[in-house]
Design a protein around this ligand. Structure first.
Ligand code: AMP
Length: 223
């Protein structure tokens, strides 16, 4: 029997750097389970759970949800996944969260999307979302087939409350002060892989090639 090692990856990058799109492609191409902290929080808000209602104002103002709440939520979801390979998107966002994750799991690879802040500001403010699925459209380069409506379900699209220009500025500032130190945390562990560019489609082939190499060496080594 060939035992395949569990592969645990994290994707990082400023809000709007294309993490969601790239994560979708990685999970589809390589079969990793995709867990997005932002999607989990938004699902809680949509379902009007106690946690969702408590966290909504934090999120709408572009502030981070408290570390202990976020860490407990994600770690319990990871535990529920059992022995699956996964890709974490949006977590960890602070060194506290990175340490909490590190206490529970060894992260094999951290993908860092390095996209200029100016590109991101432009991108986020033209972004529309299908809330139930988390599917994202961009009116400039990835528009829905019918303006304002989701391609798959036909539901109306919405602009996220936290995609307004002032909130975007605040989210980027939070990224700089709270999340950039996490890159250093993973760089010092030797697992950080940075991919730079302004377009997801330009960065993607490099990430895809990297995962092909990485996963084949993993499965080969274990087999
Ligand atoms: P995202 O869709 O990943 O940009 O997340 C949207 C919002 O959810 C963020 O602006 C934060 O308010 C909150 N959030 C998501 N992930 C985290 C996290 N790991 N720690 C704290 N807050 C988070």
């Amino acid at each position: 029997m060939v035992m395949q090692k569990i592969f645990r990856a994290v994707i990082m990058g400023p809000p709007g750097s294309g993490k969601g799109t790239v994560s979708g492609r990685i999970s589809k191409t390589f079969g990793l389970k995709h867990l997005s902290s932002g999607d989990i929080l938004r699902a809680n808000i949509n379902a009007r759970t106690e946690l969702g209602l408590l966290m909504k104002s934090c999120i709408d103002q572009g502030q981070l949800v408290p570390d202990d709440v976020m860490s407990r939520l994600i770690l319990s979801d990871l535990r529920a996944m059992g022995r699956s390979s996964w890709l974490l998107d949006g977590f960890p966002r602070t060194v506290f969260q990175a340490e909490a994750l590190d206490d529970a799991y060894i992260v094999d690879t951290v993908i860092n999307l390095n996209v200029p802040f100016e590109t991101i500001k432009q991108r986020l403010t033209s972004r529309w979302t299908h809330l139930p699925s988390g599917r994202i459209y961009n009116i400039d380069f990835n528009p829905p087939k019918v303006p304002g409506f989701d391609d798959v379900t036909g539901d109306p699209l919405v602009q996220r409350d936290d995609d307004t220009p002032e909130t975007v500025t605040r989210r980027l500032a939070a990224y700089k002060t709270q999340t950039e130190p996490v890159l250093e945390f993973y760089r010092s562990k030797g697992v950080l892989e940075t991919f730079s560019g302004t377009e997801t489609n330009q960065i993607w082939p490099h990430i895809e090639a990297f995962f092909h190499r990485k996963l084949s060496s993993y499965n080969h080594r274990v087999a």
